[in-house]
Design a protein around this ligand. Structure first.
Ligand code: PMM
Length: 310
């Protein structure tokens, strides 16, 4: 599968492993809240196949409250310093605050993952433009505190596409280059079960915007609703979103369970590439057959001409 040109220093498709340095994220809150365990977890995810480690210090789960900048800095900067020095992976910082993004980039992060799409902090767009780093622009309806209170759309896929087009245009007009931009439909951010399923089913329409698509479905509530499962029991459901997402053009899957998703990605990618190679051979074959067919028709026409000659 061919993905759009990007400033990411990793091959696509790839796995982005989640390193939440938070006491309250919905599926792994508190597990890696101190620096040592967050670093150990990041190293483990890199060894399991994560090409990117997404380090976040503020939970965005539904109903969560903003975290003061000093707390977020204290959570993420020491983790990023150590992972940037020791992990064989690129580091992204999951933050909405320009001060945190700046400190994270100084500490060795090379990607900004901003769930507000550069709307949360007036300094973020200029920072990303100045540093020239890849940035993920994600769709969210409202804000984490209230986003799951009766979210409504007339056409969820169309509205997410228009939103991402607008955010991309805003980023470009702030001086961000197109090759810096990644797009994300924001699974679970102001969406019902049906909204999430429609976005997954039509992910190709986001990919058609021409930028690599990040898919963050890992362990999310809609999988729990379908399976009646707690967050830690949603690994298989997540793997299915990875495979279906890849088939619809996802370039980066942001997941908690790296090993299973990385394996699924490799196998699914091999199947997709074999199908594409087969189709390309078929097209060349059809081309050759078309030429042969034309030659045959010409010969027949020629003979017909000869035979009808006096
Ligand atoms: N989801 C969460 C946090 N950050 N970033 C992107 N780009 N896409 C997502 O879907 C996304 C995100 C919430 O999940 P978590 O609490 O498990 O990290």
């Amino acid at each position: 599968m061919r993905f759009p040109a990007t400033d990411l220093a990793v091959d696509l498709p790839c796995v982005m492993g989640i390193v939440n340095v938070t006491p309250d994220s919905f599926s792994d809150g508190g597990l890696h809240a101190d620096t040592d365990s967050a670093v150990a977890h990041g190293l483990l995810l890199a060894s399991e196949g994560a090409a990117i480690l997404d380090v976040g210090g503020e939970s965005t789960r539904p109903g969560s409250e903003p975290v003061p900048v000093a707390d977020e800095l204290a959570r993420v900067v020491p983790v990023i310093e150590r992972l940037a020095a020791g992990a064989p992976a690129a580091i992204s910082v999951d933050t909405t605050k320009a001060a945190v993004a700046r400190a994270a980039l100084d500490a060795g992060a090379t990607i900004v993952n901003d769930v507000t799409s550069l709307r949360g902090d007036p300094d973020m767009a200029a920072l990303v433009a100045e540093r020239g780093c890849p940035v993920c622009l994600m769709h969210m309806l409202g804000e984490p505190r209230t986003m799951q209170v009766d979210p409504r759309y007339d056409d969820v896929v169309g509205e997410v596409v228009v939103f991402l087009e607008e955010r991309m245009a805003a980023a470009l007009s702030a001086g961000v280059r197109e090759t810096q931009i990644l797009l994300d439909p924001g699974i679970g951010f102001g969406k019902t079960l049906e909204h999430n399923l429609l976005l997954l089913a039509h992910l190709d329409r986001i990919a058609a915007l021409g930028r690599p698509v990040v898919l963050g479905a890992s362990r999310k509530r809609f999988i729990g609703a379908l399976l009646g499962a707690e967050p830690r029991q949603r690994e298989t459901g997540t793997v299915v979103t990875t495979v279906l997402g890849l088939a619809r053009g996802a370039a980066v899957v942001r997941v908690h369970d790296v090993r299973s998703n990385a394996e699924a990605l490799r196998v699914a990618q091999a199947v997709i590439e074999a199908g594409e190679a087969g189709r390309a051979r078929g097209a060349r074959g059809a081309g050759a057959a078309g030429t042969a067919g034309a030659a045959h028709r010409a010969n027949v026409a020629g003979r017909a001409h000869e035979e009808s000659a006096p």
